[in-house]
Write a protein that binds this ligand. Structure first.
Ligand code: CMC
Length: 442
């Protein structure tokens, strides 16, 4: 094999022949196989051999990297982290165990878990001067705007973990990111309310601590509801990683130039914010509120189907899943159990969501395009039941996804095939032409 492949990617005995009908030249490209999923055509030499680039806006058929972290079978609705099905992780692990798995590749033994949990808690505080940074934001700033800014600024505070060539510094930066995100997120919320920042408490579990930093005040004791803490932990697990989605690819692309991890994660947060990605959970709730009641569902479905109307049913559809998103199934169950446990007998938005889901799943438009509810369809309703404000929904997604981003970033740095990400293009602008003096322009 002329170009480097890792120990896992195997060159099969098949290849793909490209015949240039103009020159008659034939070129062969090897097919590489992984452990699961579609094989890939290795086109790294395509341009050198044929003079052609490939054209694939949105990377619909392009594998951008080799990865051992997460696998999705979109047709079967399967999601595996390091080989373990998401259903088993959601049932049996806590969020920090999943973090360990994503970062290290194996489930931790008891002593490893104890050490890891302790190490994370030692990084939960933020440099005190970061409080000044928050004060520069308007009070009505969207918390995702604050997240982009504060996370990007971490590289100005933690210089001792920005040398990406040093594996120890990379791991310290990874722990810092996982540990500090709930604090950064909690403080973004507190700032929007005009309440004092609540400092982390290391005697609490990860999700309990997160709730504490969002909801405690200095005036009275905040009692953590174990049902809410458990649901929060499960939601974090469901969002922890999702292979090469837009924000993860953004983190990898930013990191491919050698940028420091804090800057890369900030880029990932910016990408996540969009309504086609993590911003969908906030958009679902806004949409349900706009629909208002079941009588209006038909009108909104009609709008979603109209090719001349940009409106889409938020929380529906996925680039990879052409079957039920397995995370949405667990999210729906969690949603019902949270509402039961909190004794919320009637939740009009949940009723509306279920009716919308029922109607859409019977509609030819959605059926033929294999558009199913995704993870964001139900998460907003649970967040609302947990007392979390709408603008914080995508922030919660970012807190959870940080471990996926950082695990994928580490994997990229260690990949012997890693190169700066630099796609090519199909240029359709003006051909070369000469500058015309302004007085002579018609
Ligand atoms: N409502 C109505 N029509 C839709 C929807 C939707 N939610 N999603 C896709 N379609 C239609 C789309 O108009 C197209 O129809 P046609 O073939 O007639 O042109 C067809 O389905 C295929 O859609 P696409 O835009 O080519 O698919 P994509 O893979 O580029 O986009 C998506 C995937 C998730 C961006 C899109 O389904 C979408 O915008 N969904 C709503 C936003 C959303 O829920 N995002 C969260 C994704 S999951 C969590 C995450 O990634 O953060």
């Amino acid at each position: 094999m002329s170009q480097k492949n890792s120990a896992a990617a195997k060159e099969s005995n098949k290849n793909v022949k490209v015949i240039d009908n103009v020159s008659g030249k034939e070129s062969n490209f090897p097919i590489l196989t992984g452990t699961e999923g579609a094989p890939v055509i290795d086109i790294r030499k395509l341009y050198a051999e044929t003079g052609y680039f490939t054209y694939d806006p949105g990377f619909i058929a392009t594998g951008s990297c080799e990865s051992k972290i997460t696998y999705i079978d979109g047709d079967k609705g399967i999601l595996l982290h390091r080989g373990y099905p998401i259903e088993q992780l959601a049932e049996n692990s806590d969020f920090l165990e999943v973090c360990y798995l994503l970062l290290y590749g194996e489930l931790p033994k008891q002593n490893q878990k104890t050490e890891f949990d302790r190490a994370i808690t030692l990084h939960t505080m933020l440099h005190e001067q970061i409080t000044n940074f928050y004060r520069g934001f308007r009070r009505d700033a969207h918390p995702m705007a604050i997240m982009c800014g504060v996370v990007g600024a971490l590289s100005a505070f933690y210089h001792d973990s920005t040398d990406i060539a040093d594996p120890h510094q990379r791991m310290v930066a990874s722990y810092r990111m996982v540990a500090k995100m709930p604090t950064i997120a909690g403080w973004a919320y507190k700032y929007s309310l005009g309440q004092p920042f609540v400092y982390p408490r290391n005697d609490l579990e990860f999700s309990e601590n997160f709730l504490h930093m969002m909801f405690a005040t200095p005036c009275e004791e905040y009692k953590i509801n174990p049902v809410i803490a458990k649901a929060m932990d499960r939601i974090l697990i469901l969002h922890a990683d999702h292979e090469q989605n837009a924000s993860t690819s953004t983190v990898r692309l930013a990191g491919s130039s050698g940028a420091n991890p804090f800057a890369c994660i900030s880029a990932g947060i910016a990408s996540l914010w969009g309504p086609a990605h993590g911003g969908a959970n906030e958009a679902v709730l806004n949409m349900l509120n706009e629909i208002g009641n079941k009588d209006n569902i038909a009108d909104f479905i009609k709008k979603a189907k109209d090719p001349n109307d940009p409106f889409r049913i938020m929380g529906f559809g996925h680039r990879v899943y052409k079957n039920f998103d397995p995370r949405a199934k667990i999210m729906r169950e969690t949603c019902h159990s949270v509402l039961d446990e909190l004794d919320i007998r009637e939740e009009p938005l949940l009723d509306l969501a279920m009716e919308l889901e029922r109607i859409a799943l019977e509609d030819e438009y959605f059926v033929s395009r294999k558009l199913y509810p995704n993870v964001d369809f139900y998460s907003g309703i649970i967040f609302q039941a947990l007392g979390i404000p709408t603008t914080m929904f995508t922030v919660l997604f970012a807190v959870a996804r940080t471990v996926g981003w950082i695990a994928q970033w580490n994997e990229m740095i260690e990949d012997p095939n890693q190169k700066i990400g630099r796609p090519r293009q199909l240029y359709t602008g003006s051909a070369q032409r000469d500058h015309v003096p302004i007085s002579e322009r018609g």
